[in-house]
Design a protein around this ligand. Structure first.
Ligand code: XLS
Ligand code: NI
Ligand code: NI
Length: 435
């Protein structure tokens, strides 16, 4: 049975093609800086948005037409695996990601819930083997069920902490069974709404304990995947503890988790934090913590996590400048944590959205590679800091300068070297030359 009978396997037809069901730029075997596009991007489909998204928003219910969604919900969980793999196979996405509760529902208790999860996982495994599609990362949904209303690892209720731990244990084990290459922690409701009722110190200590338990459990079961911490400043809580890349880095360092966890950076979360994606990527990468990205985009005029598919070539160029700068992103990837908008309710819109986003990344990568090849941007930056390459600047960097020696240097010199222009407009023009 085919769920997308009108859609063929999406071909690469090149930039001149006007076929909306073809790639214009994403050509999996094409080489960029010595890697195939397929292995450079490691594109992943997000199970929650693409196969569970209903199109509901705070003002109204779902709008999506998904003709296959019908009947018994547990049987549907199994049938949906066929839908998902047909979609991903036709799209040519090498990876997917899921939360435990995206793929299988809750039972009456954890035992039954786990048994349901096992059943769907067995089918996921079968389909992975049949299609060659792999699991980029698994995670646990610790935010939808009402038991998590005060958070999970940061809940004031120790039994909820225990439940969350049991759930993550199972999600890690299934991720391992499915050969998942990473495991993600996004702090759903790990934050606060009101400091009057919150012991922030205890909550953060508990979150760290929780992540240490995950690290220990990984050792115990031999899970070799990378742990990824996903920053987000707010929503659903007004303050999320994993606020931004810098806050996450501080948390990991402070609690002895530095060597065990990298970051999964999401565009719309970066902008909610008042940063650009470029900033969050550059910050994580310079810390050697850029592990994976959740590729989406927000809407400048809407203040929430709209999770739209990325279509902005400047955005993807900036992403790829950083990613190519660190020679790729594996074992992470580019996961489309993105949803079609409520008005795009037909199944075919899922294809248009993913094809466009993959092409936008491919185009951004070609542009970034061209910029890097000519090296003018890098050369400008190098020149801009060249006063630190020798003399007093080199002493400062080496740590052999002090206030005493610097004061003497300036007093002896009399006139210091003049500043030079930052040339921002020229550099913006320079990037445009490659578009
Ligand atoms: C929500 C997050 C979520 C994580 C996985 O805003 O982006 O989807 O990626 O829990
Ligand atoms: Ni995300
Ligand atoms: Ni998000």
């Amino acid at each position: 049975m085919a769920y997308f009978p009108e859609v063929p396997k999406i071909p690469f037809e090149g930039p001149k093609s006007r076929n909306p069901l073809a790639f214009k730029h994403y050509n999996p075997d094409e080489q960029l800086e010595g890697q195939s596009m397929k292995s450079l991007f490691r594109f992943a489909v997000a199970y929650w948005h693409t196969f569970r998204g209903t199109g509901s928003d705070p003002f109204g219910p779902g709008t999506m037409s998904r003709p296959w969604e019908e009947g018994d919900r547990h049987a549907m969980d199994l049938k949906r695996v066929d839908v998902a793999f047909e979609f991903m196979d036709k799209l040519g996405a090498p990876f997917y990601c899921f939360h435990d509760r995206d793929v299988s529902g809750e039972g009456d208790d954890l035992k039954e819930t786990n048994a349901l999860f096992d059943k769907v996982a067995a089918k996921l495994k079968e389909k992975q083997e049949e299609t060659g599609i792999k699991l980029l990362w698994g995670t646990a949904n610790l935010f939808s069920h009402p038991r998590f209303l005060h958070g999970a690892a940061t809940s004031c209720n120790a039994d909820v902490f225990a439940y969350a731990a049991a759930q993550v244990k199972k999600a890690m084990e299934i991720t391992q069974q499915l050969g998942g290459e990473n495991y993600v922690f996004w702090g759903g409701r790990e934050g606060y709404q009101n400091l009057y009722n919150t012991d922030m110190k205890r909550e953060l200590d508990h979150l760290a304990k929780f992540m240490h338990m995950a690290v220990d459990h990984a050792k115990q079961i031999g899970f070799k995947g990378t742990f990824l911490f996903e920053p987000k400043p707010k929503e659903p809580t007004k303050h999320q503890y994993d606020f931004d890349a810098a806050a996450c880095c501080n948390f990991l360092r402070a609690y002895g988790l530095w060597d065990h966890v990298k970051l999964n950076i999401e565009t719309n979360h970066a902008t909610l934090a008042g940063h650009t994606m470029h900033h969050e990527l550059a910050y994580s990468s310079m810390q050697d913590k850029l592990g994976s990205i959740d590729a989406n985009t927000g809407d400048l005029l809407l203040g929430w996590d709209t999770d739209q598919f990325p279509t902005d070539i400047y955005l993807t160029t900036q992403c790829m400048l950083v990613i190519l700068g660190q020679k790729g992103i594996g074992p992470g990837g580019v996961n489309f944590d993105a949803k079609v908008r409520r008005e795009s309710f037909e199944p075919i819109d899922l294809f248009y959205a993913h094809i466009g986003a993959m092409d936008t990344f491919a185009r951004g990568a070609k542009i970034a590679a061209a910029i890097r090849k000519e090296g003018r941007l890098a050369e400008f930056v190098k020149q801009r800091y060249s006063s630190y390459d020798s003399g007093i600047g080199a002493d400062i960097e080496k740590g052999t300068a002090s206030f005493e020696t610097l004061s003497k240097y300036v007093l002896d010199k009399g006139q210091i070297a003049p500043n030079q222009s930052g040339r921002q407009e020229w550099l913006e023009n320079l990037v445009n030359e490659y578009l």
